[in-house]
Ligand binder design. Structure first.
Ligand SMILES: C[S@@+](CC[C@H](N)C(=O)[O-])C[C@H]1O[C@@H](n2cnc3c(N)ncnc32)[C@H](O)[C@@H]1O
Ligand code: SF4
Length: 379
């Protein structure tokens, strides 16, 4: 049986944060019910296609899944179990915001089989939390982690952001130290990207705020990385660090070309050699749920060259890198000869290294990862 990942998008947020352009809308009880009914129909629609597959990772993300009534999370997972076969050790992650976590909810999640929680902490500095428009304070954030641990889920990720206007390495280190002391097993460490149309983007355009300069951004990344590594977290991807054996199985699927089906508006799938996505419109999605072709868009079918580039780029993001023999088998090509010039240059500048048939970015290479990826665009 082939391994499969599932993603469920919950497109509701209590209030939009100042930096975020993920698809989400406001919610009412009736929209929530209508949406969960539609999701269940979309999941069911895969019944015949599910044969031959076994699901080993499920990610319920958002938006804010913890903002949904917990019973609805239970209904969604029930339908997934009715439709798909799951491995005994299936990883089931749920994204949560600190201000919508309660002990009761987490106990229910556990009952439904959720065994990994991802909490959006972002920062524990009150000024930074204000700048980015979060609804929680630092106490609520740390309490959320305690609540989850007490309820018996120890596989916890904290999302932390750096490169925020007004943030410096002291503020970031202080956040990281506290988050690490809380005992989380995984940290996603994101550099703030100014997304067009977000409040932060507009404030920056009006010069009301100033983004940290490039050097400060890199300093925060280096110091954060050093601190996490010194405390036993292993960097397994450019932005992801975990204690040994706590890597996120679901995200690894995205980076290693695994198959996944995603449900809900905005959701992107890679299944049966096709990439497609559902358009980001919850109303249209619910109204047309019986005719998925109406809201599903087939993305460009990748040619061999683009597939090779994607393979290289995604694998280089990970510390495990590219196993040259695997590439050669997958594409029936000789990696070392098609990229001979690029490899020579990148080795000379110490941006990559090759050991035991495995090519990886060096720490220096991670800093200029986009430059390294671009080198493989042409042969
Ligand atoms: C899809 S969001 C959902 C998480 C959850 N709703 C929350 O806010 O805690 C996942 C993570 O992406 C990160 N993120 C969102 N927008 C970002 C941006 N513009 N730049 C960098 N990271 C961003 C944040 O760390 C966030 O926690
Ligand atoms: S970061 Fe999370 S809570 Fe904030 S707007 Fe994005 S999805 Fe919603």
């Amino acid at each position: 049986m082939k391994k499969l990942g599932l993603y469920v998008h919950i497109p509701f947020c209590e209030r939009k944060c100042n930096y975020c352009d993920f698809y989400s809308v406001e919610k009412s009880d009736s929209i929530e019910k209508q949406y969960v009914d539609a999701l269940i129909k979309e999941i069911k629609s895969y019944q015949s296609k599910a044969e031959g597959y076994i699901v080993d990772s499920i990610f319920i993300g958002g938006g804010t899944p913890s903002y949904l009534k917990h019973e609805n999370i239970g209904l969604i997972l029930d339908e997934i179990r009715n439709t798909f076969i799951l491995t005994d050790d299936v990883e089931i992650s749920l994204e949560a915001n600190p201000n919508s976590i309660t002990a009761g909810k987490v106990l229910s999640y556990k009952k439904y089989g959720i065994n990994r929680m991802s909490v959006g902490i972002q920062s524990l500095d009150k000024n930074i939390l204000k700048t980015i428009g979060r609804l929680h304070d630092s106490k609520e954030a740390l309490d959320a982690i305690e609540i989850i641990k007490k309820a018996g889920i120890d596989n916890i990720n904290a999302d932390i952001m750096f490169n925020i206007p007004g943030q410096d390495t002291d503020s970031l280190n202080d956040t990281l130290e506290q988050v690490i002391s809380s005992g989380v097993k995984h940290i996603s460490f994101y550099s703030l990207k100014l997304e067009e149309g977000t409040p932060l983007y507009k404030m920056e355009a009006k010069k009301l705020i100033q983004m940290p300069d490039e050097d400060s951004e890199r300093d925060m990344y280096y110091e954060g990385r050093e601190l996490m590594e010194a405390r036993g977290y292993i960097q397994y991807e450019i932005s992801n660090f975990s204690k040994p054996n706590y890597e996120c199985r679901h995200n690894i699927k995205y980076w290693t070309g695994g198959e996944y089906i995603s449900f809900g508006p905005f959701a992107h799938s890679c299944f049966e050699n096709k990439r497609y996505n559902n358009i980001s419109d919850i109303k249209y999605y619910c109204e047309n749920i019986k005719e998925p072709d109406k809201f599903r868009q087939l993305n460009e079918v990748l040619g061999k060259e683009s597939k090779m580039f994607e393979y290289i780029m995604l694998r280089l993001r990970m510390n495990s890198g590219i196993i040259i023999e695997d590439f050669n088998r997958e594409f029936e090509k000789d990696f070392m000869s098609i990229y001979k010039n690029q490899i020579k240059n990148l080795l000379e500048y110490q941006l990559i290294d090759i050991n035991n048939g495995r090519l990886k970015l060096t720490k220096k290479g991670m800093d200029v990862s986009n430059y390294v990826f671009e080198q493989f665009l042409s042969d």
